[in-house]
Design a protein around this ligand. Structure first.
Ligand code: SAM
Length: 291
């Protein structure tokens, strides 16, 4: 099979299968031949391991994963790509395509059923950008038994996810990703590496999943409620952002901030992970006292 990153090959496949790119499904296919081998290597595709891919497209990354891993399961929503993938990946007996929406499938079940004979499982994907954050969050917060999540995302999203918690660049997604994993930017990829080229550059990030949370937050649901309330009004002081939207009463917010030794006029974006965890535990104590 000719190189799947080759523009001529892609055009030939598209013509023969009557395929046209869907902007709505985030279909920007990789044409830079150095990206997929690098992603597969750094994403942990290796002997005896299983890899879960989201959105194989015409299979350019899938083939590189299949060359290195024991088994690759790739979830693709666009049924027009199924006959294409059957052709492009025909030589790899260790690839299985699952037709469906990654946001609706039971990934725990897929991993348990398909990778039971693998030493471990990792996720590697060039994500459709319209669902970057929900896919990352669902992969992490569902506590899937995966070692790492290595994905291509828009450069701005990569920088936000990998920003230090407590810096101006951080957001709710930064905190959540850092709670569940240790994220890092592996390498940047220019917009010209895709067909059709998107309007922005991209980056590959790796989130190495933590076995245990980095800090005791008291109650995860309450912690993420606090993060949501705080960052939805991130320019306000915490005593205001935690009370608007009804997350806490003004007196409870003041008591929690005092107990956590955080000045009332602090903004949430200034707090590091340890301080956020401390504040969450204080809120937890107050709520328990009320009950
Ligand atoms: N992996 C290929 C590559 O690197 O050239 C294609 C990547 S393209 C950015 C994203 C892929 O995700 C497309 O094949 C698209 O059809 C697929 N996709 C979009 N939404 C999806 C969803 N909800 N579930 C599974 N796949 C999806």
């Amino acid at each position: 099979m000719a190189a799947l990153s080759d523009i001529g090959t892609i055009k030939d496949i598209m013509q023969r299968h009557g395929f046209a790119f869907s902007k709505g499904l985030g279909q920007n296919f990789l044409i830079n031949p150095s990206v997929c081998p690098r992603m597969a290597e750094m994403g942990g595709a290796q002997d005896e391991w299983g890899v879960l891919e989201v959105g194989p497209g015409i299979g350019v990354l899938t083939a590189e994963l299949a060359k290195r891993a024991k088994k690759v399961v790739a979830i693709e929503l666009d049924d027009r790509l199924l006959p294409v993938l059957a052709e492009t990946l025909a030589e790899y007996g260790n690839v299985e395509i699952v037709h469906g929406d990654v946001m609706k499938l039971d990934l725990h079940q897929i991993i348990a059923e398909k990778f039971s004979d693998c030493a471990g499982v990792t996720v590697c994907a060039n994500l459709p950008y319209y669902i970057t954050s929900p896919v990352i969050m669902s992969l992490l917060e569902n506590h899937l038994p995966v070692k790492a999540v290595t994905v291509m995302v828009q450069k701005e999203a990569a920088e936000r996810i990998c920003a230090a918690v407590g810096s101006r660049e951080s957001g709710a997604l930064t905190v959540a990703v850092n709670y569940y994993s240790q994220p890092e930017i592996l390498f940047k990829v220019s917009r010209g590496s895709f067909m059709p080229p998107p309007n922005v550059d991209s980056a590959v990030i790796r989130m190495t999943v933590r076995e245990t949370p980095p800090f005791d937050v008291g109650d995860e649901k309450l912690f993420f409620g606090m993060i949501k309330a705080g960052f939805s009004q991130r320019r306000k002081t915490l005593s205001n952002s935690l009370t608007s939207g009804g997350f806490l009463s003004r007196s409870d917010a003041a008591s929690a901030l005092n107990a956590a030794e955080i000045p009332l006029n602090t903004r949430i974006e200034a707090l590091g992970m340890d301080e956020l965890a401390k504040l969450s535990r204080s809120i937890c104590n107050i709520k328990q006292t009320v009950i």
